[in-house]
Write a protein of this length. Structure first.
Length: 89
C-alpha cells in the first residue's frame, strides 16, 4: 500500500512548452509553489493541497491535478499545471 505524499511542487507552465520531462519545464514555469496536504478532500474526491496561493485537488496515485485554484481563480488559458512530489526533509 502506498502512502499519500504530504507535499507536492506545482509548476504552472505555458502549454506550448514541448519538453515536459527535463529541466526545461522548471525553467519555463511562470509560477511554482510547494503545496501541503490539508487532511481534507475536495469535491473531486481527491486530497486537497494548499500553499502560496494555490489550492489543488491532486490524485496522489498518478500525480495528476484534478482541480486547481490560483489566488482564488481558475487557471488561465494557455497554462498547464504539472506536479512532482517533494522529498521529505
Amino acid at each position: 500500500m502506498s502512502t499519500v505524499p504530504k507535499r507536492f511542487e506545482i509548476l504552472l507552465v505555458p502549454e506550448h512548452v514541448e519538453d515536459r520531462g527535463g529541466a526545461a519545464v522548471a525553467d519555463s514555469a511562470v509560477r511554482s509553489a510547494v503545496v501541503e496536504a490539508t487532511g481534507r478532500h475536495g469535491e473531486s474526491g481527491y486530497p486537497i493541497y494548499e500553499g502560496h496561493g494555490i489550492r489543488a485537488d491532486i490524485d496522489p496515485e498518478t500525480d495528476t491535478v484534478e482541480a486547481l485554484l490560483v489566488d482564488g481563480h481558475e487557471l488561465d488559458y494557455g497554462l498547464t499545471a504539472l506536479v512532482r512530489p517533494v522529498a521529505h526533509g
